[in-house]
Ligand binder design. Sequence first.
Ligand code: ATP
Length: 239
Amino acid sequence: MNYVVQAEHMHVRYGHSVAVKDISISVKEGELLAIAGANGAGKSTLVNAIAGWSRATPRVSGTVTFKGDDVSKLRAEMRARRGIALVPESRGAFAEMTVHENLSMVDAKNDEGKNFEIEDIFGLFPRLKERRSQQAGTLSGGERQMLAIGRALRAAPSLLILDEPSVGLAPRLVVEVLQHVKELTQDGLAVLLVEQNVRAALEVADRLSLIEQGEITATGTADEMREDDRTISAYLGGL
Ligand code: ATP
């Protein structure tokens, strides 16, 4: 099994409150796993723990195995160097810099993931090319999301984690951005997608896990989850 990442028994506490309870997930090469759940369910906490990001010193336990190596003890920067890229909900481009400058300042950090030149990013997102000289702070929400994904890809990741890329996007753009993300898996990139929009996630995901109050309550292939009564009643509006 070509697992890119296996996160096992992840448990995260903020003080006395447990945000993630003994969650295990894994993503294979070329696979897109979506994690869906309501506000506050623990989605960001889980993916931040996998990438080694800790916003306000949560207590994290569990094992993260990345390409066969235990990276649980490594800091976020070292995990990024090995090929774990996280695009946070806040997206993180430099507002005062142009699109091109934002893409230029990231260097490929490892030899194993696919290298993306700036032209490759422009090929993936032609809209960014048109706006290459525009300041990132003046981009639309969708364009900013594309830039954030482009910046993450410049680091040649093997695992791309996207935390709610559809927030603030018009429905048509959600589909567009997610389709671009899906295309990336064809080269073997593993993608972990946090998404509140379950319908959109099911369009592109190979598998989907639902998280409620810090626990995975259901998991299955996209087809299985479309048939799952709980998914349908809770997230797909009773279709
Ligand atoms: P959303 O979809 O709203 O972004 P989420 O599923 O990503 O939600 P998290 O952000 O992981 O949820 O939050 C999980 C729980 O942990 C929430 O109850 C939240 O209030 C709590 N939490 C998150 N960050 C902190 C923190 N720094 N300190 C204390 N509690 C926190």
